[in-house]
Design a protein around this ligand. Structure first.
Ligand code: ATP
Length: 139
């Protein structure tokens, strides 16, 4: 019988974030959404700022927000995600994300010579996904 699950690990520079078998995950890569099932061919991809949707081995669903990084799918180690940052929806501080969004929007509007626009745009995208996913869980 084919394997029903694969080993999933999510790591950040702060340490191990999550490790558990999963039935399926969906990540947002620079090439678009990528769904991974057991037996996925070995590959690597660069992650965008976005959500990771997971279906755990008990059929439970989970979402985490990551702000970039990369994913490695290998035969031996399963699926490893190395993320810049990772948060569970319930741990997202929405007020902090709103403040970050307003700060980024102000910087983008000012277009001052000393503002790094790409950096402000990335900060805005981090804030927007945190607000979107955080608000769903705080309702
Ligand atoms: P801020 O300007 O509010 O620091 P940021 O997007 O620059 O936001 P990051 O550099 O992405 O922050 O993250 C720094 C650390 O703070 C990471 O550990 C991240 O998980 C955490 N973090 C950032 N924003 C939030 C938030 N709104 N709620 C919970 N944790 C957050």
């Amino acid at each position: 019988m084919a394997e029903q699950t694969f080993n999933l690990q999510i790591m950040t520079p702060m340490g191990a974030f999550y490790q558990k078998p999963a039935q399926r995950i969906i990540v947002t890569t620079t090439e678009g959404e990528m769904g991974i099932l057991p037996g996925h061919e070995p590959t690597t991809a660069i992650l965008n700022i976005g959500a990771i949707d997971m279906l755990g081995d008990q059929g439970e669903t989970k979402t985490a927000v990551v702000t970039g990084g990369f994913i490695v799918v290998s035969e031996d180690e399963g699926v490893r995600i190395f993320a810049d940052t990772a948060e569970w929806p319930e741990d997202i501080d929405i007020a902090r994300a709103i403040a970050a969004k307003e700060r980024a929007e102000r910087r983008l509007q000012e277009k001052a010579a000393d503002v790094n626009m790409a950096r402000a745009e990335a900060a805005l995208r981090r804030a927007l996904i945190r607000i979107e996913v955080g608000q769903k869980s705080h309702k």
